[in-house]
Ligand binder design. Structure first.
Ligand code: 4AD
Ligand code: MG
Length: 440
């Protein structure tokens, strides 16, 4: 059907345009949301935000006419509007620019916005869908997007292939107790804790593979670094030993952290993080064996038996004075997952490494060489109370062209928490999943 011809509206501008050098005197058309309003007499000031930033808008009854002006005064915080206006230089306005409105169209005036300063954390988590409009959250999730892009660029340049493993699985891979189990048409199903077993299958014939998927952990631990759903970047490399893998990990972490810092200085400034501390990060990172870590901890007053796990307090003691992450390597076999390679020189340990972030932020990467012997895998599965028959498909991988290989998993939110020095990991994800909440 032929429409009635109408004059096209002027193209939409962004707030960033208002702050361009040559913008003074220009007329602009903006769309966005209200951050603040101030109304007195025939003058209404709005602080208006779009995806590129915020700008002060002056709305005058004289300029708009009484009816339009009264409508504009109904705009609440987070109300939505579209306007046309002209750009003026004004030293009193934030950033030295003000838009003087020539027309205002109220898209949705909004109800009074329920978020204020000093509300309880519980209330803020209940209203998370509104709270995430804050400058801090916007900056955090832009840094997160940059971090994901940087990881992908790095892996692409290293010729590592992105793959898409399943989330619904029939085997818990990182300890059954911490897997979310559900009814899969009458059989037990598990939400993926790791893509690793599938990556090991995809390794042949691609040799270098990765995936970026959510992982799920039914850990009851309420700590500032545990989520029950987190984003897991996992890499699997053929023909790779522990030292080669650690070199890959440190190069990757240093590269992506520096790139993010270089590309997102404004967001880091909002979050109070100096970019130069992140760009200064250079490999190699220090390496220390588990056994040497115990000795070092004894010197700091922690008396651990050989075989004890490093908990938050011990990890913090090891890294508090560090500026860069450190690798802790060769853990006791009993502490670690069934698939890890027994150390060639020491049957008590496995070829594994945890990368601990500096300043007490804890483990950000878990890595290991994989056991290639079917017999040893079966022995370890039995030792943890699993039924080897249920892992038979995985054992097949060791029966058909098994080669030395290694891999690691990075907790994306853990990296972000350290990079942005957030107190709690939930601040690094828009809708955090923890034992006490899975809504909104
Ligand atoms: O050390 P993890 O359990 O190792 C694995 O799952 C291996 N299968 C990965 C692999 O080799 N492909 O987990 C890897 C990383 C940890 O170092 C940590 O950064 C993160 O995942 N992580 C969590 N992040 C947030 N909340 C949790 N509950 C996490 N559990 C692990
Ligand atoms: Mg781990």
């Amino acid at each position: 059907m032929a429409g009635v011809p109408v004059a096209a509206p002027p193209p939409v501008d962004t707030v960033a345009v208002v702050f361009a050098e040559s913008a003074v005197g220009r007329s602009v058309r903006l769309r966005g949301w209200v951050e603040k309003t101030r109304h007195s007499g025939g003058l209404l000031f709005l602080l208006m935000r779009d995806r590129t930033g915020s700008v002060q808008v002056a709305v005058r009854r004289d300029a708009l006419g009484a009816e339009s002006f009264e409508l504009a005064t109904t705009l609440q915080v987070e109300g939505a509007l579209e306007l046309t206006g002209t750009v003026h230089a004004d030293p009193r306005a934030p950033g030295g620019r003000e838009v003087r409105a020539t027309s205002v169209h109220v898209v949705d005036a909004g109800l009074p916005f329920p978020i204020f300063r000093d509300q309880t954390e519980e209330f803020r988590l209940d209203k998370r869908h509104l709270v995430i409009r804050s400058h801090e959250h916007v900056a955090t999730f832009r840094v997160k997007a940059e971090l994901l892009a940087a990881f992908r660029r790095f892996l692409d340049a290293e010729d590592v292939l992105e793959t898409t493993p399943p989330i619904l699985t029939g085997n818990p891979a990182e300890g059954g107790a911490e897997a979310f189990q559900f009814d899969y048409f009458g059989r037990p199903g598990y939400l993926s804790q790791t893509a690793q077993l599938y990556l090991e299958a995809m390794l042949v014939p691609n040799e270098r593979v990765y995936s970026l998927t959510p992982s799920f952990r039914a850990e009851k631990s309420r700590t500032p670094r545990h989520l029950t759903e987190y984003l897991h970047l996992e890499v699997e490399l053929a023909w790779c030993d522990l030292e080669q893998m650690n070199e890959f990990i440190e190069r990757m972490i240093a590269t992506v952290v520096a790139e993010v810092a270089e590309r997102r200085p404004k967001e880091l400034a909002v979050l109070g993080r100096a970019p130069d501390e992140l760009t200064a990060l250079k490999p190699p990172f220090p390496r220390i064996s588990y056994s040497d870590a115990l000795d070092r901890l004894r010197g700091k007053g922690f008396d651990l038996e050989w075989g004890a796990d490093l908990r938050t307090a011990e990890e913090a003691a090891l890294t508090m004075e560090e500026r860069a992450p450190i690798f802790v390597t060769r853990f006791p076999r009993e502490l670690k997952a069934f698939y890890m390679l027994q150390s060639p020189g020491d049957p008590r340990t496995v070829e594994a490494a945890d990368l601990l972030a500096p300043e007490g932020y804890g483990e950000i990467v878990g890595a290991s060489c994989r056991e290639t012997s079917v017999e040893k895998l079966i022995e370890r599965l039995k030792a943890i109370g699993a039924d080897p028959a249920e892992y038979d498909w995985y054992l097949d991988l060791r029966r058909h062209g098994s080669v030395p290989h290694a891999g690691f998993g990075i907790g994306v939110e853990r990296v972000l928490r350290w990079m942005l020095r957030r107190e709690h990991i939930r601040e690094t994800t828009p809708f955090p999943r923890t034992p006490s909440r899975h809504t909104p």
